[in-house]
Design a protein around this ligand. Structure first.
Ligand SMILES: N[C@@H](CCC(=O)N[C@@H](CS)C(=O)NCC(=O)O)C(=O)O
Length: 374
């Protein structure tokens, strides 16, 4: 008999929540294991190329990494219930939200975990137990502190500094208010049924904002409809209805897309520029590796900017959105473009996303063939 999938994830982890909610919703049989230090530092890098969570081991023994790629593969193998809307605007909107949630949300999530010492006990306890399950308490604590120190060390590189915290907090409360209003009326982002956007967006919202004590109390407990949605998506509850009729996107999401187009898209275009500069400066050829991060860029956040490392991986996420757009038929593309024009955006075919990238664990390389990725 084939064994089930094994999800190697932590409850504390951003991307583990995305995949866990998805597996539950799809009814895919899996068991979850919390990777130990040994697994994280030895086996997982050997199998996937990075020390990373989550990882999914298939019944055939393959080790899959990257939630976006995993979900895409599992959707092909288990098409029902599909999380890809059939209509074009909703389809592209869902994937845009996934990319935004995965990439743009990292600074707020990290800030709300690591700027508040009140959260540390939970991390130390869970991470310590996960890393060294057989070790005495003091060793667990030491290991967890080391890993916390390593993660906290990223804050300035992703734009979380004493000067930007105020902007990040303003931005977060504004976005959470938009979502609270939306989920007062709808069960999911696109109506009565979850799409890939819902699973993406619980990444930052489940583990960091709805479990760590400070943000849970100060942000989430005060927004019960948003909190109920997080729990619904993370539990993998069955859909309560359908995606909105006639390819509609609820008006309550208009302010969210305004932000995505005014903040996230400029971040992507800025990284594209850096990717092109790096490619030219190093005379990179197809197949050559891109650094995981390039020098920082200013990223709009509300009326301010934060300076973040430029990660070409974020561009890879967006190239996938464009690839999906390219596979739509002419009328469908026109409909998406019409929706984009409401936000002052040019047709997606005109978006310059730089040289095509292929994913390489947590980083990227120049794709071997510079034709639009499938
Ligand atoms: N894009 C990847 C991101 C995975 C990721 O960043 N995982 C975090 C934990 S939630 C991690 O292990 N990071 C290690 C690192 O960034 O070096 C995915 O979707 O799976």
């Amino acid at each position: 008999m084939k064994s089930d999938y094994t999800l190697y994830g932590w409850e504390l982890s951003y991307f583990s929540g995305k995949l866990r909610g998805y597996l539950r919703y799809k009814g895919i049989a899996y068991s979850e294991k919390s990777p130990t230090a040994r697994l994280l530092l030895k086996r997982i890098p050997r199998e996937t190329g990075a020390s990373v969570l989550p990882v999914l081991k298939t019944p055939e023994g393959a080790w899959l990494q990257d939630t976006t790629a995993i979900i895409e593969q599992l959707e092909r193998e288990n098409p029902q219930p599909s999380i890809t809307p059939t209509r074009p605007r909703q389809r592209i909107a869902a994937q845009l939200i996934e990319a935004w949630a995965d990439e743009y949300w990292i600074p707020p999530a990290m800030h709300y975990r690591w700027s508040f010492p009140e959260n540390y006990a939970l991390f130390e306890q869970e991470a310590g137990k996960n890393l060294l399950p057989w070790a005495p308490k003091f060793l667990r604590k030491r290991a967890a502190k080391k890993s916390a120190g390593y993660l906290r060390g990223f804050l300035p590189h992703i734009g979380v500094t004493a000067d930007t915290i105020k902007f990040i907090e303003q931005w977060t409360t504004q976005v959470l208010d938009i979502l609270e209003t939306h989920f007062t009326e709808y069960d999911y982002l696109l109506g009565g049924r979850p799409s890939v956007g819902d699973f993406g967006l619980i990444g930052p919202l489940h583990a960091h904002l709805n479990r760590d004590p400070y943000p849970k109390r100060e942000l989430m407990d005060k927004r019960p409809n948003l909190q109920a949605w997080i729990n619904r998506v993370h539990n993998g509850d069955a859909a309560s209805g359908e995606w909105l009729k006639n390819d509609q996107i609820a008006e309550t999401l208009t302010p969210l897309f305004e932000k995505i187009f005014a903040e996230f898209l400029p971040m992507i275009h800025g990284i594209v520029q850096k990717t092109e500069q790096h490619t030219a400066a190093k005379s990179l050829k197809p197949g050559d590796k891109m650094p995981r991060s390039l020098p920082p860029l200013d990223v709009p956040m509300g009326n301010n900017n934060i300076s973040r490392a430029a990660m070409p991986y974020s561009v890879w996420m967006m190239q996938r959105v464009k690839a999906r757009y390219s596979r739509l038929n002419k009328n469908q593309r026109a409909s998406v473009n019409h929706w984009l024009s409401d936000y002052g955006q040019p047709p997606m075919s005109e978006w310059n996303l730089g040289p095509l990238l292929a994913r390489r664990a947590l980083a990227t390389q120049l794709a071997r063939k510079q034709v639009l990725a499938k």
